[in-house]
Write a protein that binds this ligand. Structure first.
Ligand SMILES: [Zn+2]
Length: 69
């Protein structure tokens, strides 16, 4: 398998939409019915509140997303 031609997918750390601080305080975490998770967050720096939505669990190495559900 040639990895040189594989596209790169970047996953960035969740950041505050106001000040872009990347260390929010997670207040509570809720599971959605579709495998997503929403986390209520408060920014450590500017105290903005926002909801972080993680769309689906990341597959483990060697597995596809379909194997999990
Ligand atoms: Zn902030």
């Amino acid at each position: 398998m040639n990895w040189d031609s594989a596209p790169m997918v970047f996953v960035t750390a969740p950041a505050c939409p106001v000040c872009l601080s990347v260390k929010p305080i997670i207040v509570r975490s809720e599971q959605g019915g579709d495998g997503s998770t929403s986390r209520k967050c408060v920014c450590r720096r500017c105290s903005s509140r926002f909801v972080l939505v993680i769309e689906a669990p990341l597959p483990e190495f060697g597995k596809t997303a379909e194997d999990i559900s």
